[in-house]
Write a protein that binds this ligand. Structure first.
Ligand SMILES: CC(C)(COP(=O)(O)OP(=O)(O)OC[C@H]1O[C@@H](n2cnc3c(N)ncnc32)[C@H](O)[C@@H]1OP(=O)(O)O)[C@@H](O)C(=O)NCCC(=O)NCCS
Length: 149
């Protein structure tokens, strides 16, 4: 990270980190779905520690759930402090919904996700819970009576 990425406090702007998260999630989604994918939702982004100028930022992303055309991508962002005085620090986590699209920009079918390890199965179940919450929220807010507030 360099000076171009800083906010008024001199640390790295959250928007810059969100940009990295979105970009890497897009790569992972495109690889799983074998074609282009767009961001449908970005949620549960937590900024845990400030990122500083000189930090080397690493973005790790993996598919945790896949449906007919959508995927959940879980992202972890770590920073190596420039002097490596401390071990790599977890600075942000996020979950995104990416949707595979065709030439017309319409959702297209994707390969199923086959969890293998216990950790994969746990991540899959947790992703399913988040999906149910997202869709319930979307449906509730689409209801004119609920959306009035
Ligand atoms: C994402 C987009 C293609 C979805 O199109 P749509 O006509 O609403 O499609 P659908 O309602 O059939 O949804 C497609 C899938 O996405 C899921 N989805 C869409 N919005 C979602 C949300 N907010 N939360 C969770 N899932 C969502 C649906 O559940 C469905 O999943 P499934 O196929 O795995 O069952 C469309 O809304 C779009 O183009 N949005 C703009 C994307 C964009 O420009 N992103 C920023 C730049 S990359």
């Amino acid at each position: 990270m360099d000076q171009h990425h800083t906010n008024l406090m001199g640390t790295v702007h959250g928007g810059r980190i969100l940009n990295l998260i979105d970009s890497v999630a897009g790569v992972v989604a495109a690889r799983h779905s074998d074609g282009p994918a767009v961001t449908a939702a970005m949620d549960e982004t937590a900024f845990l520690q400030a990122v500083r100028v000189g930090d080397v930022v690493h973005v790790h992303a993996r598919i945790t759930w896949a449906g007919r055309s959508s995927m959940e991508v879980a992202v972890r962002v770590t920073a190596d402090r420039w002097d490596r005085a401390v071990p790599p620090t977890l600075v942000a986590t996020s979950h995104l919904v990416m949707v595979a699209i065709d030439e017309q920009g319409k959702p297209r079918p994707i390969a199923a996700l086959l969890p293998e390890t216990d950790e994969d199965h746990k991540a899959f179940r947790r992703a399913q819970i988040r999906r149910e919450h997202r869709l319930a929220l979307r449906n509730a807010l689409a209801d004119p009576d609920e959306a009035a507030a």
